[in-house]
Design a protein around this ligand. Sequence first.
Ligand SMILES: [Zn+2]
Length: 228
Amino acid sequence: MFIKPANIRASHVRAFFTTRQCNGADERVDEAVAREFHISRDQIYLPVQQHTDSVHVLGPELAPVVSDAVVTDRKHIFVGVLVADCVPILLYDAERGVVGAVHAGWRGTANRILKKAVDVMRDRFSCEPGHIQVAIGPSIRKCSYEVGEEVTTGVRGATGDGDYHIKIKDRHFLDLSSANKIQALSTGITEDNIWQSGDCTFCKPGKYYSYRYSGGGTGRQGGFIGMW
Ligand SMILES: [Zn+2]
């Protein structure tokens, strides 16, 4: 039901990705998570995702703001993002006691949303990238994510070289999960501190909601992290 990244296992931290078994297509993930953990809905913060490159620093004010990444040092609250093919990414710095959640679609990846979240952790909370754990959740992968050339060009401009894209004749395929892993490494985050799901949401429609597989209308799964 919950997928727990192997690298974020401190007893006072909960980090997980949900599957479609967690919530029906018409039930919000956050409500399912609140029920599962016996917490109030106010203890789950979700930003208003709009494929921006804005990083929100969550303080005492809980009103949702437009952003596609949330960073906080608050305890007793989950920060999360909702996805159905895009990449959910969780961040944790045990030294500074800071967590983050990032929604990286192709626009966010082309605009370096993950790097900007790490920048905020460093600048606002004095986190060292070498201490940050990263968990990259299930998303649509290179096997199934055909995109226009301009999409590959945009993501390559932000990511540089790597085996996260392929061209077969005139068709372009992209792996945003691996592009974000490369971007994480470029910030000084270490390979040992990165966990990456091997699942493709499109290839496992029984396990995950996939916007592309469903042809549009579908539910959402989430990535959540919080300190208790
Ligand atoms: Zn696939």
